[in-house]
Write a protein that binds this ligand. Structure first.
Ligand code: IMP
Length: 176
């Protein structure tokens, strides 16, 4: 069940506008490719990239993530690869949330093997208490506690992605 609204739509909008400003300053003189990590980052990616004033290239990548559970499996498989050549480019990986960091670690290894000039990470949310591996988060929206959240792209068993705000979700009560 949806337990508590953690981040209302208006706050998300402000947070994303701030990240877009930071990115615009960083994008000066760069040849940028923004990579959306499907499916969770799709609303964040869309809102963020529409706010940028610099011309950028966009692409999409999808990895296998959680099933109908709130725990990471720890193993990540590539479902959909990017289609642009990132060699020599400035890559920005756009993630919905960094939890254990395992997904991001795999994405970074995969992308770095293709010789981009730089790789940076942009994440809407981060749960530092859950981190199992050290990963860089260069641009961050909101740091949250160890709670399972849904909405604004984030799901539980593919549901709730279309909620315009971020909610805490309690899977146990749902199962009863
Ligand atoms: P990590 O590999 O554990 O860092 O998990 C990364 C992915 O797990 C994210 O991109 C999300 O798709 C998913 N995830 C992690 N925490 C949550 C959450 O609280 N709600 C929904 N999905 C989550």
């Amino acid at each position: 069940m949806l337990r508590e609204k953690l981040i209302p739509a208006e706050r998300l909008e402000r947070v994303i506008a701030t990240i877009a400003e930071e990115l615009d300053a960083d994008l000066e003189g760069r040849d940028a490719v923004f990579i959306c990590v499907l499916k969770g980052a799709v609303h964040f990616f869309s809102s963020l990239t529409l706010k940028l004033h610099h011309p950028i290239v966009t692409d999409f990548i999808q990895l296998h993530s959680y099933g109908a559970t709130t725990e990471s499996s720890g193993t990540v498989t590539l479902v959909k690869d990017i289609t642009v050549d990132i060699a020599g480019k400035d890559v920005y990986v756009v993630e919905d949330i960094v939890d254990t960091g395992l997904t991001l670690l795999d994405i970074l290894a995969l992308l770095r093997a293709r010789h981009p000039r730089t790789v940076q990470v942009v994440a809407l949310l981060s749960k530092p208490a859950r981190r199992r591996v050290e990963v860089p988060v260069d641009f961050l929206g909101v740091e949250i506690e160890d709670r399972f959240v849904v909405g604004f792209g984030l799901d539980f068993a593919e549901r709730f992605r279309n909620l315009p705000e971020i909610w805490e979700f309690a899977p146990d009560e749902e199962a009863r």
